[in-house]
Design a protein around this ligand. Structure first.
Ligand code: HEC
Length: 138
């Protein structure tokens, strides 16, 4: 299969899974599950434990960053603001090259408009960041 077509196929798989994950998350709003939100949107690439090695990681040319070592790599403190910005992606431009990581800010607010949309987008991103914080290894 031609590479770019394969990438589109891959993207549709990931986004399909993400949508199902989000719907089931919203269905059970009372027992909101941050880990499930991470698993359905991020684990395919970054791995369930944040150590990389998700099923999609091997098909991507760039090395998959380990989310479990963020604190370690950022001077011993979890860089929450940085992580929020990377996930959101709408306001940050990559320093070089093209970004492989999906822009979740646009995805999470797709179909919604107005103030409420921004709040729920931020809510989902914050929930995932909270979960990544729990994955940090010493
Ligand atoms: C399609 C694969 C893919 C998916 C899905 C994905 N990422 Fe990424 N992520 C990457 C890649 C590749 C990079 C490295 C930067 C780049 O090339 O875009 C990255 C970089 C990052 C970084 C910066 C890491 C560092 O060490 O600086 C964070 C934080 C991150 N991703 C979090 C997430 C979260 C949270 C999710 C789920 C909402 C997610 N990613 C979903 C591929 C992915």
């Amino acid at each position: 299969m031609h590479r770019s077509r394969f990438c589109r196929y891959l993207a549709s798989l990931i986004f399909g899974a993400a949508t199902i994950g989000m719907l089931s998350t919203f269905a059970g709003a009372s027992d909101f599950d941050r880990a499930a939100l991470y698993r359905s949107n991020c684990a395919a690439c970054h791995g369930v434990t944040g150590m990389g090695g998700g099923p999609v990681a091997s098909t991507i040319i760039v090395p998959m960053p380990q989310l479990a070592t963020l604190s370690q790599r950022y001077g011993g403190e979890f860089p929450a603001d940085y992580v929020v910005q990377v996930i959101d992606g709408r306001r940050t431009l990559p320093a070089h090259g093209s970004r492989i990581m999906p822009v979740w800010g646009s995805f999470f607010d797709s179909g919604h408009t107005g103030e409420g949309a921004e709040t729920s987008t931020r809510f989902l991103i914050d929930a995932i960041v909270e979960h990544i914080k729990t994955l940090q290894i010493e």
